[in-house]
Design a protein around this ligand. Structure first.
Ligand code: NAP
Length: 287
């Protein structure tokens, strides 16, 4: 069993850290807002008041923080010891994956770019999909961590950024699906069509999609408990659109970004990304 520092115990990080503790690892947890880390003590983890204290003596450090700049700041403050293995699971985009890998190299720390697919519930159930890129020689050390938080790990090669590229492809899909679900439900509302018939007609067909089933009911209820906060979804939409540059025309991701930015601007950033429905449906949205 390994000593693991877990930095960032928000929606995703807290259940991931809990699953590591349940798997028998010694977990040293830290979160900026300490109250969000405290419940981990009941799961067998030790909660620390600073990232520096949490990483002290840890063989492996896992980061699950909001974005690239936050990860860089927290890691700089923590001061990782040479020989540490750093598993970077936050979604940071291509540029930041490279910058963080550079910081790791300068500190003599092994770095794995390992964003995850899955949201709050898969994180709680240890059913995440881990996308990993890093040196072959650390895979064996990383495996027990990935096995404790997820159902499958895909090693994509040694170059940091390789896993992040796939993560952006997957998130482009998720964002476009959420936006498309909002559009169809809003259109149903505008045309006087019962939104339930949207789900009814797709049942058992090839155009049925789990994501519409998950986010659609939130949109109709007007209640958006966060599995994936809109502010972070907007950050991801930005990363996807920026990564595409002028290479391809990501109209779907751009539409998702515009709708997410509108709802974040209106004060809904901490609600689930499904809240983009409010921007799509305008005055027709419930709640
Ligand atoms: P979250 O609950 O908002 O967690 C964000 C974490 O970052 C919290 O621990 C937060 O601390 C910390 N943080 C933010 N700004 C900070 C700062 N300036 N200094 C120190 N800590 C700071 O969101 P989450 O959903 O767990 O997301 C974490 C990462 O996972 C993001 O990169 C997200 O894109 C990615 N992700 C999310 C999902 C999902 O479905 N939720 C799925 C896959 C990947 P406080 O608690 O103090 O605010």
């Amino acid at each position: 069993m390994t000593t693991i520092a877990f930095l960032g115990t928000g929606i995703m990080g807290r259940p991931m850290a809990a699953n590591l503790a349940r798997a028998g690892h010694e977990v040293r947890a830290w979160n900026r807002t300490r109250a969000k880390a405290e419940p981990l003590a009941a799961e067998g983890a030790t909660v620390f008041g600073s990232a520096r204290e949490a990483v002290d003596g840890a063989e492996i450090v896992v980061t699950m923080l909001a974005d690239g700049p936050t990860v860089a700041e927290v890691i700089a403050g923590a001061g990782l010891a040479p020989g540490t293995l750093w598993l970077q699971t936050s979604t940071v985009g291509i540029e930041w994956a490279g910058r963080l890998a550079g910081a790791a190299e300068r500190a003599g720390v092994a770095f794995v770019d390992c964003p995850v697919m899955g949201t709050r519930l898969p994180a709680e159930r240890a059913e995440l999909q881990v996308l990993a890129a890093g040196p072959a020689e650390v895979r064996e050390r990383a495996a027990p961590v990935f096995d404790a938080i997820g159902v499958r790990t895909r090693w994509l090669g040694p170059e940091p950024g390789t896993a992040t590229r796939l993560k952006l492809v997957m998130n482009g899909w998720v964002l476009a699906l959420t936006n498309a679900t909002a559009e169809s439900l809003a259109l149903a509302g505008a045309l006087g069509v019962d939104p339930e018939s949207f789900f009814d007609v797709m049942t058992g067909t090839t155009f049925d999609v789990g994501y519409a089933r998950m986010k659609g009911p939130l949109m109709l209820s007007g209640d958006y408990p966060a599995s994936f906060p809109a502010a972070l979804a907007a950050k991801d939409a930005r990363l996807v659109v920026e990564a595409a540059g002028d290479e391809v025309d990501l109209a779907g991701a751009k539409a998702a970004l515009a709708h997410l930015e509108a709802v974040v601007e209106a004060g809904h950033g901490e609600e689930d990304m499904a809240v983009l429905y409010r921007a799509v449906a305008k005055g027709r949205a419930a709640g």
